[in-house]
Write a protein that binds this ligand. Structure first.
Ligand SMILES: *Cc1c(COP(=O)(O)O)cnc(C)c1O
Length: 390
């Protein structure tokens, strides 16, 4: 069908026309439960009234003004985002990859100012994912993302194995500019990073003179049950990157910095035409105020635990592990079954999920998902698992 656009994942030809909360509707009127929310983007679900209202209102005032000037909604959003995350300054962009590009450039300049040209190496974790631009692809710690036809890749990236305490003893030295940690490896298969390891790795990297970056493009904005996932890992990064859920579906990314990283960028070091787009900032303000409402995060954690424990209680012979944090959920399937086949079976019955890594079905439902939608989504998922179990 409509294969006119190259930048998609190319798996389904379902054409969606609208959504409401955690439900989506295709052009034949078929209903789907949304356990994916546009890869963790639509954190407030579809057609969330306050979000729609804020975007409409902002569109009638100013949609874009360039970053030669300031917008009042941009200032407001920056102030609130910095206040809720505890960072000092930031850069707005349009995507996760762009936020990570900013972090990479910042790390390089930090290294240069604090050790000269040789301090340029950026460590990322094995199995991590950091984006699709050439530098963020290089940063991505998975060989399958490095086909020969995109070479040459960018110099100065190394990987370290997450949760390997031996590895951190000798990795970092006076050539290390930064250690970049993806707090829960989303695309890699919903793999949790151990809290003690993250702390120890950050400490070693800092001892060697490097800064620490948290890639929270997927885990941030409440996805894992705290505003930032690094809050529970306790390693206090100097730089954090955000995107996906930050503006509830409007494209936006952010790179925030503090401490030793706060004053690395000077005017002109980094820019982007669309950065701080007022429409995205207006949407982002609704996301921040909704997430700050009483009991919101408790519900995210409760619902995540409910989904995980429900799946565990089925004792499905084809499920190897159920893991995750908050509403970032991974269901590892036995090697004999392709998780994509389960995704396809779910789509047929009206449930949107996605594959992560080689063996995991991943759920990233809207943070506002209700009990009815969870129950319906889970019953479709169980049926799909059962159909592969015999
Ligand atoms: C999605 C993702 C990115 C890339 O974000 P884009 O908006 O697609 O550029 C980077 N890092 C992580 C951890 C992600 O999940």
């Amino acid at each position: 069908m409509e294969k006119l656009i190259v930048n998609n994942y190319g798996s389904f030809d379902t054409v969606f026309v609208k959504g409401k909360g955690a439900r989506l509707y295709d052009r034949d009127g078929k209903e789907y439960i949304d356990f994916l929310s546009g890869i963790g983007v639509n954190c407030l679900g579809h057609n969330y009234k306050p979000l729609v209202k804020a975007i409409k209102k902002q569109a009638s005032k100013e949609i874009h003004i360039s970053n030669y000037y300031l917008s009042d909604v941009g200032i407001k959003f920056a102030q609130r985002l910095l206040a809720v995350t505890g960072f000092e300054k930031g850069f707005f962009g349009n995507s996760g990859a762009e936020a990570n590009e900013a972090a990479i450039k910042l790390a390089r300049k930090y290294g240069y100012l604090n050790g000269g040209k040789k301090r340029s190496v950026i460590y990322t974790l094995e199995n991590s994912f950091h984006g699709r631009t050439i530098a963020t692809l290089t940063a991505t710690g998975q060989e399958k993302f490095h086909p020969p036809y995109f070479a040459p890749y960018v110099e100065g990236f190394k990987t370290i194995k997450a949760n390997d305490f031996e590895a951190i003893k000798s990795a970092f030295d006076d050539t290390t500019a930064a250690l970049m940690i993806e707090c829960v490896q989303g695309e890699g298969g919903v793999n949790l990073v151990d809290e003690k390891w993250a702390k120890a790795a950050a400490e070693q990297a800092r001892k060697a003179g490097a800064i620490v970056i948290a890639d929270e493009v997927q885990t941030g904005i409440g996805r894992t049950g705290t505003f930032l996932a690094c809050e529970t890992l306790g390693f206090e990064p100097e730089v954090v990157t955000l995107a996906k859920g930050i503006a509830g579906g409007v494209p936006m990314g952010a790179c925030l910095f503090r401490g030793k990283a706060a004053n690395v960028f000077s005017a002109g070091d980094h820019q982007s035409t669309f950065a701080g787009n007022p429409l995205a900032c207006a949407a982002g303000l609704v996301v921040l105020s909704t997430l700050a409402s009483e009991g919101f995060m408790d519900k995210v954690n409760e619902n995540g635990d409910f989904i995980r424990s429900s799946i565990r209680s089925w004792d499905s012979p084809i499920v190897r592990d159920v893991r995750g944090k908050g509403l970032m959920i991974g269901v590892e399937i036995v090697p004999s079954i392709k998780p994509f086949d389960i995704e396809v079976a779910c789509m047929k019955e009206g449930l949107c999920t996605s594959v992560a890594g080689n063996s995991v079905v991943r759920f990233l439902p809207p943070l506002v998902i209700g009990k009815k939608e969870m129950d319906k989504g889970l019953s479709i998922f169980k049926k799909a698992l059962d159909s592969f179990s015999n």
